[in-house]
Design a protein around this ligand. Structure first.
Ligand SMILES: C[S@@+](CC[C@H](N)C(=O)[O-])C[C@H]1O[C@@H](n2cnc3c(N)ncnc32)[C@H](O)[C@@H]1O
Length: 251
């Protein structure tokens, strides 16, 4: 089985300030590189988040992702149905070929070109793919692509009670105590007004904030009425599968 080539770094070192080049960061970065080499087909999320999702996803789940890649194939092999949104035509073509090659037919894969500046993402065809999803219809959604603030905002009502919203690189958008580079501090607050709206909604959701020390992925769980789904963490996670990477408290 071939693997998808992805850049080893999501944070181009030369284009950003190097204040974060501490011994801790160098160690975490090396650990992350080793992980990626050992798990070439894993999504581009923190290892801790991947381990949690491995336990939490169910074969009957229906989900959505904004920003495709290895995650598309990874989800498609684990869940019943996935809506995936991509802005880059050549990447869309590459991932479509991988899906075909693997016989994965459960992905509704949309190419939505970058048609708006970032601050007008609410008018983008990309974020508006969420409008086509039924309210409360998703067991999970991953925000990991373009127009992330509006993609998250429009997707919130589409998650079912007990379902998950996964935000990758969350430390770049929402405040936390994270040591990962370029993290938003509590003093600076959310990155945009739209992220503030998303943060206000997520304040009542349970969350698991994971960090690789290089970047962070958060999993938010929509409040559910008392019932079987409120026991999400009962049977779904086995203690010895718990991530070894640091788990952070939500901001
Ligand atoms: C953070 S990536 C999405 C990663 C995906 N959710 C995953 O976990 O594998 C965001 C965007 O980067 C682009 N991208 C990802 N990997 C790429 C690659 N190897 N080459 C070119 N573009 C890539 C795609 O346009 C994608 O939507």
């Amino acid at each position: 089985m071939s693997t998808l080539l992805v850049p080893t770094s999501r944070v181009p070192l030369r284009s950003r300030p190097v204040r974060h080049l501490t011994p801790r960061y160098v160690r975490d970065r090396a650990r992350q590189a080793l992980y990626e080499r050992a798990h070439p087909n894993d999504p581009w999320l923190t290892p801790a988040a991947i381990r949690l999702l491995t336990s939490l996803l169910r074969p009957t789940d229906r989900g959505a992702e904004f920003g495709s890649g290895r995650s598309t194939l990874w989800f498609a092999t684990r869940v019943a149905a996935l809506t995936s949104v991509e802005h880059d035509p050549s990447w869309h073509e590459a991932i479509s070929a991988r899906l075909l090659e693997r016989g994965l037919r459960n992905v509704d894969y949309t190419l939505a070109l970058e048609d708006q500046p970032m601050e007008r993402g609410g008018d983008s065809a990309y974020a508006r793919v969420a409008y086509g999803l039924g309210d409360g219809s998703l067991d999970f959604a991953l925000i990991d692509g373009h127009y992330r603030d509006y993609s998250a905002k429009f997707t919130l009502p589409k998650i079912r009670p007990g379902g998950m919203l996964i935000i990758d690189n969350v430390n770049w958008y929402l405040p936390s105590q994270s040591k990962s580079p370029h993290s938003r501090t509590p003093v600076r607050g959310p990155k945009t007004a739209v992220w503030s709206e998303v943060a206000a909604e997520l304040a009542s959701w349970r969350s698991i904030w994971t960090s690789s020390g290089v970047w962070d992925t958060a999993i938010y769980i929509k409040p559910a009425p008392i019932g079987p789904d409120t026991a999400l963490f009962g049977p779904d996670i086995v203690a010895d599968q718990m991530p070894t990477a640091r788990l952070r408290r939500s901001p």
